[in-house]
Each structure stands twice: as C-alpha cells, then as structure tokens.
Design a protein around this ligand. Structure first.
Ligand code: AHR
Length: 642
C-alpha cells in the first residue's frame, strides 16, 4: 500500500558491493512497440497523408471533395497490375479554366513546422492530355495557405512525381489540398506528404522527436510489432512481415485490429499502411542500439476475438515465415531473403538472436503449435532464443498450465504480462524471489500499473502508478538471475487518437513527452549496471518493509556501485547504508531523484517534464556509512565510485 505513515522511518541497510549475485543482461530494460493508439501511422511513421492510396475500406476516408461542381472522383481498381495496392483515384475536371480540389485531413490534422521542408509526392498518369498540373497546398487550421508546390504531369503511364517546398507557419492541425488544374482526367495514387526533418533525415522516415525519446531510454531490446496486432482479429488479418518490406506501394494495407477493439474509443480510420515495416523496425533497433525482438504469429488469431487457429497440417507456411525472417535478418547475399535485405540497403546482418512465437496465446493448441515451430527452427538455427507466451495474466489456470508446460519444455524465455493496480505492483516486488534460478528465463514483456482498471479509458499515467512500478522493478533487478528482459506497455499514444491508456509516451502532431513512468523506465535503464549485489535490511531483501523498496548493482565498466531506493510513504525517511566491499573508504554519493508529493501528478504536452529526474547535492560517505534522507513518494538513485 502507498502509505501515509505517522512519523519518520529509519532503517539500517547493508550493501555488499563485492558480492555479485547475478549478471544483469544487457537486454534487461527494453521497449515494446505496437501499432496501437496511432503509434505507427499517425505517430512514429512520419507520413502526413491518411489513406494515401485509397485502400481504406471506405476509399475516400480522410479525403474530402471541396468543389463538387468542378469535377468528380472515381475510384478505380487495377488489381491485375498491382494486387497489393489495387485502387487509385481518377479525377475528372469539367472545364478548361477550372480546378478540382481534394483535401486530406491527415491523422487528426497534420503537424507542420514553419521553415521546415516538406516533400509532396504521388504516382500519376494523365490518360487524355499531353500534360497537366497538380498543385499541393498546405492549409492552416485557420484556413491560411502556409506552403505550396506544383507538379507537371505528363503521359499515360504511371510515374512517380515529387516536389519539395517550405512551410511558412507552424500548425498542429493543418491539412493538405490537392488541386487538379484544367479540364481533363488525372489518375493518381500514393499521394504523400513527408517532413524532411525525420530521424536521421531519412526520406519517408520516422518522426525524429519520438525516436529520440526511445533512444534516450537506451533500450536493451525492442519488441515489435505487437501485441495483439501480431495475432489479428482473425488469421487473415494477422501480421505478416513479408507484406511489410520492399517497395512502399506494394505493401498491402490492412485494417488495424485496434480500429474497433475498444468500444468507448472507436477508430474507424485506423489501418496499417506498413510504411513502418520489418526492414524499418530492424533499422530502428540498430539505430537505438537495441536487440531486435520480432514476434511472429504462431498460427493462432487473437483468442479474445475469433480464436481462429490454423490446422496443424497447414502450419508449415507460418513456420516458413519465421525461418525466412531469420534469413532476412542474418542471411548472406547468397540466400534468397538475405539478398533482399542487401538490396534494400543493408549488406550487414541485423544479428537477430531471439524471436517471439505468439503473443498472448494460451491453451494446449498454443503448445502444440509452439512445439512444431521450436523443432523446425531450432534444428536449423540452434542458437536462436525463443520468447514464449504465458498467456494474458500473471496467475490463474491459463498461466499455471503454460508456465509448468513451458518450463518442462525448457523454454528459453517466458513472456509474462501484468496490467494491474499499483498495489499489485507493490505486493509483487518479491514475485521472482523464489522462481527457479536455472532453466527458463522470464521476460516481463508487458506491464503497467492501472490507475483505474485494465482497459479502462480512465487510466492515467500518474506518479502513483509510476512509483509502484519503480518499487516492483527493484524486484525485477534483484532477480536478474531469473528476469532477463522487461518492457512497459503500451509505448505510444496520440492524444487525439488513442484506444488504450496508460501509455509510456504521449504525443500530438508536433509535440511529445515522457510520462513519470517513462522517467522510471529511463532511470532503471541508464543505471542498469552489470551485476546485482545484495542490499538487505535485517538480512532480508528490501521489498516493502516500512514502505521501502531497494535494489543495488555494480557497474564493472564504470567501476561504480548503483543503489536504487523507492520510498512509497508520505514521510521523509532517514536511512543508513552500510557499504561493504568498496575499495575507497571515503567517497561521495551522487544522487538522482524522481519525486512528487502529489501521487496524482502527471506530465503533459504543456508541461512535459513537470515530473522528471533532478540531480541533488552529493553527500559524503565516511567510514563506509552513508546516511541519506529519502523524500516522501520518491525514487532515488545513488552512484558511488569504487
Ligand atoms: O498493450 C496492449 C495490449 O495488451 C497488447 O496488444 C496485448 O498483448 C495485451 O493484451
């Protein structure tokens, strides 16, 4: 319980800096990306045009005809020529001196920055005339023109056209209008607008501010692309990585499973364009120094939805997808899929070492399919590590069955998920203390404290939630012998287009911020150390006695001791820490604190770092004893040189 204790608490802790208990894996603290809450399209993927290829179920969703009198739009299908992206728009303009105007609303508007360069591009042909002009205009939320460019179209064969222009104003809710000038017919597809200030300035790339927030976490791994979207509502809408690589206009769009999933937060315009596909995920992992952890569909659709499972006699193509993915990531240019990676621009392998088979799948049908995957893949790639599902909950019949069975199967890594109350997190700081030290490792693959309840739209990223996660995470760190990876979930949410809350990072079309939970994750990750060392209170681990939680680790590379202390009470507490095994007898402790007296405090777009870490005055250590005051409701990190 987060308490309101009566007086000062005091305790005498002992840290044994020279008695490592376990190695901390470099993968320990990572991130989990899923295209939920407009995390990819409308979020990380910087495309500003929604439904650029008219492939949404409603082909003109996101588009608006502005002047019906001057012409019309006909949606045509060329599936024989382009089966992955069959639809295009035929614009007929009635009269010579008129223009036809089509507006795209973007993803809840378009975020446009003054002075920034934008690339407008499209595929087009002009069947009945020699040439024609298409003009793009950026329109602010007040209706002003804030940038424009023109493109001359020629010929009755599909060609790609593009033009750059600079915006004259900043607006988070701008729109794009496309003008088709003069009488005639224009055929258009893949109408796109990209900012040029993407991450690493890659054309058609990712939003730099969002990637930067991820990079700042220094994540040990990135799990992608889900989550439930891996499973799909049914098998037809499962995530298939091969459909997400190669030419952008050949990536077949599908509905996003979160489109209709949360009744209170419908998002009928939520689709997956796969502009952010598996090649881009691997690049992202490489850019931010994270091990890639792709999750593959195991032959089962989401069991909360259709629960459709492929007959085991038809499972081979699913297994082949996994085998081909390994070849795509690691294979040489002599292999089919390795060659493709090289052609896409990455001759070096991506060094894929692990993959997940299934997301939150459960039951005997999962185990049956998992065995088939494991046998086939391990016989070809014996060193590949697998992440296996323990279902949707951290306890109960489903969990017990999977946990027992997977451990008997010598599963490499078992993925546990917990969306629970802050009190659950506090009460479970000892969860892993008695897990077997040998055998399967644990991946805390999805967790977040829920201020209301799971899937409630009232959940908020409060300090209370973040503090309880910090307390729980000391238990993960203390048990690094068992827990080799952990990631908060979900990662991203668009403030105007989310389905699931709480989330680690929130953004609108121009701005973004890390929640208090983000700073907890960051503090653990950037202070992860290399070995766990004991920190005890009366010979017991520190896991909630008198509202205190603690863990300690040693960083061999920096030659320093790192102590993490979480005070979940409303009172200042004074603790003495007896430091055993440090070489220096006199030293100082550098102190970082994340703290608020207000458990309901959140960060926001307008006040993004209201709750964020601060550096405090270092304190001296004499005779190996450190005396520290821990603020109410605080997460404190101490660094002590050896
Ligand atoms: O993180 C949101 C969802 O929660 C994930 O897609 C799923 O794995 C879990 O149920």
């Amino acid at each position: 319980m987060l308490t309101c204790s009566a007086g000062f608490a005091q305790s005498k802790l002992t840290v044994q800096a020279n008695k490592p208990i376990a190695d901390i894996q470099p993968t320990m603290w990572g991130i989990f990306f899923e295209d939920i809450n407009f995390g990819a399209d409308g979020g990380l993927y910087a495309e500003l045009v929604k439904n650029r290829s008219f492939e949404f179920t409603q082909p003109l969703m996101g588009w608006k005809v502005m002047n019906e009198n001057n012409g019309n739009v006909l949606i045509l299908n060329r599936s024989a020529e382009n089966p992955s992206n069959p639809r295009y728009a035929r614009i007929s303009v009635n009269e010579k001196n008129k223009s036809f105007e089509l507006m795209n609303e973007g993803f809840r508007g378009m975020g446009i920055k003054k002075g920034n360069t934008y690339t407008f591009s499209l595929e087009a042909k002009i069947p009945k005339s020699a040439t024609g002009t298409i003009r793009a205009e950026l329109i602010s939320s007040k209706g002003d023109k804030i940038g424009s460019t023109s493109i001359e179209i020629s010929g009755n064969d599909w060609k790609k056209y593009s033009a750059d222009f600079i915006s004259t104003a900043t607006d988070s809710k701008a729109s794009l209008t496309v003008w088709f000038e003069g009488s005639g017919i224009y055929d258009v597809d893949m109408i796109s607008l990209f900012p040029n200030d993407t991450w690493k300035n890659r054309a058609g790339g990712l939003r730099a501010d969002l990637v930067q927030l991820l990079a700042d976490l220094k994540p040990g791994f990135i799990r992608f692309p889900g989550g439930c979207i891996v499973e799909g509502r049914d098998l037809a809408s499962r995530y298939q990585w091969k459909n997400t690589i190669g030419a952008i206009d050949e990536r077949k769009l599908i509905i996003n499973r979160w489109n209709t999933e949360i009744a209170n937060r419908p998002a009928p315009d939520y689709f997956q364009s796969f502009g952010l596909g598996f090649y881009e995920y691997f690049l992202l992992a490489e850019d931010i120094g994270a091990e890639p952890l792709p999750i593959i569909n195991c032959g089962m659709a989401c069991q909360f939805n259709t629960a459709e499972a492929v007959d085991t006699s038809d499972l081979q193509p699913y297994i082949q997808d996994a085998l081909d993915l390994i070849e795509f990531a690691n294979g040489s240019a002599d292999t089919k899929w390795g060659k493709l990676r090289v052609e896409l621009g990455h001759p070096a392998p991506f060094h894929l070492k692990m993959m997940g088979i299934g997301n939150e799948n459960w039951g005997a049908q999962y185990i049956e399919r998992l065995r088939m995957f494991t046998k086939a893949i391990k016989s070809k790639y014996p060193d590949m590590k697998f992440v296996n599902s323990s279902g949707t909950d951290p306890n109960g019949e489903r969990f017990d069955y999977l946990n027992d069975t997977l451990r008997k199967m010598n599963a490499d890594i078992i993925d546990e998920h917990y969306y629970r109350t802050p009190d659950w997190f506090l009460d479970n700081a000892r969860r892993y203390d008695n897990y077997p030290r040998n055998g399967s490792k644990v991946f805390a693959g999805e967790y977040a404290a829920q201020s209301d309840k799971t899937v409630s739209v009232n959940n908020r990223n409060t300090w209370k939630c973040a503090l309880s996660e910090a307390a729980f995470m000391t238990g993960l760190e203390r048990n690094a012998a068992v827990v080799s990876m952990a990631s908060y979930a979900p990662l991203f949410a668009h403030v105007d287009a989310w389905q699931w809350t709480p989330d680690l990072i929130w953004f609108d079309n121009l701005r973004s911020y890390g929640t208090p939970n983000y700073y907890v994750q960051k503090l653990f990750s950037i202070n992860k150390g290399t070995q766990v060392v004991p920190i005890t209170l009366n010979n017991d681990v520190v896991a909630g006695q008198d509202s205190l939680y603690a863990s300690a680790c040693f960083d061999k590379n920096k030659n320093e001791l790192i102590i993490k202390l979480v005070n979940v009470s409303s009172k200042v507490r004074t603790d003495e820490i007896n430091l055993i095994g440090l070489k220096k007898t006199t030293s100082v402790a550098r102190i970082t604190v994340l703290q608020s007296n207000n458990l309901e405090q959140c960060n926001s777009l307008d006040n993004p770092t209201a709750l964020s870490p601060t550096e405090e005055q270092p304190i001296g250590i004499k005779g190996n004893v450190l005396k520290i005051n821990l603020k109410p409701y605080s997460f404190t990190i101490l660094h002590i040189d050896n």
